[in-house]
Design a protein around this ligand. Structure first.
Ligand code: 8YV
Length: 315
């Protein structure tokens, strides 16, 4: 039987590529020198798009594939998929929730600890011989017992909260409504009030047009010169201009970011700021999680072509 033709938007690790190629005739858009010409040539044959969270599938890509039946996203976030364009043609979209939740939460916690305790600077202090030359490393700020705010108490936010509880932190969260699965944490009904009662603000919201720049000037000001923002969601949830300005003038204490507008080519002003920890969008980047994500992408595609229910459709 001939393998279904699929459009592969970005590269996957070798352990995914082999089984993907065995099951599907994958046309590799990311290897094309001329993307539009490639889509014009291969689009008419494409029955599925296999993409990644940050790459998505825009309206033009969807339109270029008139026989498209399904879009399978390697990532929990599907904000880069034009859902309206997919829905208009009844094309289901799947993502990879759950399998990455705990790794993403772990990295958020690691970023908080690393930034709060100045671990990057401390490492340089040792390597550059300053411990011998200048003595003790400057004192940093503690984490345990302080106030944490979680903006978006979905699966990832909840796992962040569970971990923060282990640091005896005072935990609050904001979401569209209080969550019955978080009875011990304080519900705050807006982002500014949440920031005002937080030392650390975790941004764990699924991105959408409605959440764009939800962390703006007011939230940043409410967090203040001692506050820290940790973003493990999407860059669009934060007004980057306001963030850079506040980090530069000290009205915000610090930030720890895994995601950036225009990534991987982030705003160069970030590189000059000493009070921001920069991570290359790798919160789900463990071997274990990435293997599970790759399998889920393929399992959703296989289920579709077998006429079986999708494992993780986006509702
Ligand atoms: C991945 C992500 O980094 O799950 C998401 O939404 O952004 C990430 O897990 C990405 O999709 C891998 O390419």
């Amino acid at each position: 039987m001939s393998r279904p033709v699929i459009l592969q938007v970005g590269p996957y690790p070798a352990w995914d590529q082999e089984p993907l190629d065995a099951a599907f005739d994958a046309r590799r858009l990311f290897e094309a020198a001329d993307r539009d010409a490639y889509l014009a040539e291969h689009g008419p044959h494409i029955r599925a798009i296999a993409t990644r969270g940050e790459l998505g599938a825009d309206a033009a890509m969807i339109a270029a594939c008139p026989k498209l039946e399904i879009i399978s996203v390697y990532g929990v976030g599907y904000d880069a998929v034009d859902l309206a364009a997919a829905r208009a043609r009844g094309i289901p979209v799947t993502n990879t929730p759950d399998v990455l939740t705990k790794d993403v939460a772990d990295l958020g916690i690691a970023m908080m600890l690393c930034q709060s305790r100045g671990m990057i600077g401390a490492e340089a202090w040792v390597r550059e011989g300053r411990w011998v030359q200048d003595g003790l490393y400057p004192l940093q700020r503690r984490v345990f017992g302080r106030r944490a705010g979680i903006l978006g108490l979905g699966r990832i936010g909840f796992e962040v909260g569970k971990r923060l509880a282990g640091f005896d932190m005072d935990i609050a969260y904001s979401d569209v409504a209080p969550k019955d699965y978080a009875p011990d944490w304080t519900f705050v009904d807006n982002a500014v009030a949440l920031a005002a009662r937080s030392d650390f603000l975790f941004v764990t919201l699924a991105a959408s047009p409605q959440t764009r720049h939800i962390v703006g000037k007011d939230v940043i000001a409410a967090l203040g010169p001692e506050g820290m923002i940790i973003n493990i969601s999407r860059a669009s949830n934060i007004d980057e201009e306001a963030l850079i300005a506040a980090l530069a003038n000290g009205t915000l204490g610090s930030a720890a970011l895994d995601v950036f507008e225009g990534e991987p080519a982030l705003d160069p002003r970030f590189l000059d700021l000493p009070n921001v920890l920069l991570q290359p969008h790798h919160a789900s980047g463990t071997v274990e999680t990435r293997q599970a994500m790759g399998k889920l992408v393929r399992d959703n595609l296989s289920a579709h072509f077998a006429g079986a229910p999708l494992l993780t459709p986006v509702s």
